[in-house]
Design a protein around this ligand. Structure first.
Ligand code: AMP
Ligand code: MG
Length: 499
């Protein structure tokens, strides 16, 4: 048989477009366990992300009609998948534990038509050697929630894992009550975490740390491979991406909620949508997670926690940074100590854009801070206040009837007048501001409403409408109710880890 026949047969056996190359499964066996997803009773397709499928080179038509339910439940493995559960550890609320994919299975790495590599991972696909006491399963509500919020983050322009599909399993999962079981298919640049390094370091395996550092560089930072000290270049690059990422979270009012080191991806993507939520009224102390009693992962703490997590990452790298322990620590500290400034630069640049500033002035940070202080004192909605500033006549907003705030408005308007504003090609200040301040975020009451309809009544229409609006967060929604903060009757919002 000639090569042509060979090629056409490959195409014929895989009309859905799967094209796997599983580099992680070629790493040393300590990094993972090989296993197959546990088959489920009666899989049903709930959501398929067509644009994402297309981006990945998959045929959405075939996946939704013919074999989506079988494939996205794990009942039928796509051609070329080499399923594994990944090993990792992590500091959870400050304490180290050995963890691993307890309810997730990596099918493999899909190579897109553009030649990019993405992990295809099931979440909720049954027990693994790392399940500890867990059942390896997930419920429909939390998987839909991850789908909605991660796709909203993507549309907001925040680096994130994405959601390709949700299926129900036809099997109940037992939590406080019996719930419908579901599996989410997550797409990520990779699932390498700070915790992956911690797992190897805890086993005192410097050789494996070196291997993983080289693998991570090749996969995410190939331009740094020729560096004099590749692990140090990796540390610096990861620090920079985390600084940029957390700044973006802060700029859109996102509270991750469970920034354990196992939930920090070295790709710089947001990962693990458990107890996350968006802040309504501006308050740095905002916490949604029911288990975060101390506010460790509060909105205003996120940059400090990122730096703490990076310190844990640096510790795992220390043995491969330099032969001398002392020198290794110095090298790591120099990178870690630069984090606050790198973070602040990203954040201030983003805040300037939100306020329509295209130049820098000494007093900009103070001007921004005074706005935030005013929001905080008056419990103003973070998203809407900023979006309102982009209105044609902000001085007419009820906001500015307050004397202190009217003075701030004057300062801000004077500041804008001091920058060059060419009349022609450049978009106006208002337009620029609207492109930097979302009109719509996944408001908690809206997300809950969608989940309730889907879970209690099998009605996906509310979810689809919400997904449509969230896909264009910087456009004015046709139904302006999507901009409203929750009614006071909604009370304080609480989230739970996504089990
Ligand atoms: P998370 O809070 O989602 O970051 O999860 C922390 C750890 O708990 C990870 O190792 C998960 O795989 C594991 N885990 C969470 N839920 C389950 C479950 N239902 N069954 C088994 N392991 C779980
Ligand atoms: Mg996790």
């Amino acid at each position: 048989m000639g090569t042509h026949d060979q090629a056409s047969r490959t195409l014929a056996t895989d009309p859905a477009g799967w094209r796997f190359d599983n580099s992680y499964a070629r790493l040393p066996e300590v990094f993972f366990s090989r296993l197959r997803p546990v088959p489920v009773r009666e899989p049903r397709m709930v959501l398929l992300n067509r644009p994402l499928a297309e981006f990945l080179g998959l045929n959405g038509e075939i996946l939704s009609v013919q074999d989506g339910a079988a494939v996205f439940s794990g009942n039928r493995l796509p051609v070329g998948a080499e399923p594994i559960a990944q090993a990792y550890g992590g500091h959870q609320f400050g304490y180290f534990t050995m963890l691993g994919d307890g309810r997730a299975i990596l099918l493999g790495e899909q190579i897109t038509p553009r030649g990019e590599r993405f992990d295809i991972q099931f979440k909720g696909s049954g027990q693994t050697p790392y399940s500890r006491r867990g059942d390896g399963r997930a419920a429909l509500g939390p998987m839909l929630r991850e789908y909605i919020i991660s796709e909203a983050m993507h549309a907001l322009g925040v680096p994130t894992t994405r959601a390709l599909a949700v299926v129900t399993t036809g099997e109940p999962v037992v939590r406080e009550t019996e719930l419908a079981g579901a599996i989410l298919t997550r797409v990520a640049s990779s699932h390498i975490r700070v915790g992956t390094f911690e797992y190897l370091a805890a086993r005192d395996a410097a050789e494996h740390v070196r291997t993983l550092a080289a693998y991570t560089l090749r996969r995410h930072y190939p331009e740094l491979e020729p560096s004099d000290n590749p692990p140090l270049a990796l540390l610096r690059a990861v620090m920079e991406r985390q600084a940029a990422l957390v700044a973006k979270w802060m700029l859109v009012g996102f509270v991750h909620g469970v920034m354990n080191t196992d939930n920090m991806a070295l790709s710089g993507e947001t990962i693990d949508y458990g107890p996350c939520a968006f802040m309504d009224a501006y308050d740095p102390a905002t916490v949604f997670s029911s288990i975060d009693q101390q506010g460790r992962y509060a909105y205003g703490n996120q940059s400090r926690i990122a730096q703490w997590n990076l310190a844990r990452f640096a510790e795992t790298l220390a043995p491969v940074l330099d032969e001398s322990r002392e020198k290794a620590v110095d090298l790591a500290n120099e990178v870690l100590e630069s984090f606050p400034d790198v973070y602040r630069d990203h954040w201030l640049t983003g805040m300037r854009a939100k306020l329509g500033m295209i130049t820098s002035e000494e007093d900009d940070a103070a001007l921004v801070q005074d706005l935030l202080t005013h929001m905080h004192r008056n419990r103003l909605d973070y998203t809407n206040t900023l979006r309102d500033l982009a209105a044609d006549h902000p001085e007419r907003l009820p906001l500015f009837q307050d004397q202190a705030f009217a003075e701030w408005l004057k300062r801000w308007q004077a500041r804008l007048k001091r920058q060059p504003e060419s009349s022609g090609a450049m978009p106006s200040v208002r337009e620029r501001m609207r492109a930097a301040n979302p009109a719509v975020i996944p408001r908690n009451h809206r997300v809950e409403e969608a989940l309730k309809a889907a879970v209690d009544h099998g009605d996906l229409r509310v979810t689809h409408r919400l997904l449509d609006v969230l896909a264009q967060p910087y456009a004015e929604p046709i139904d302006s109710d999507y901009r409203l903060p929750p009614p006071p009757s909604a009370g304080a919002y609480k989230t739970f880890c996504g089990t």
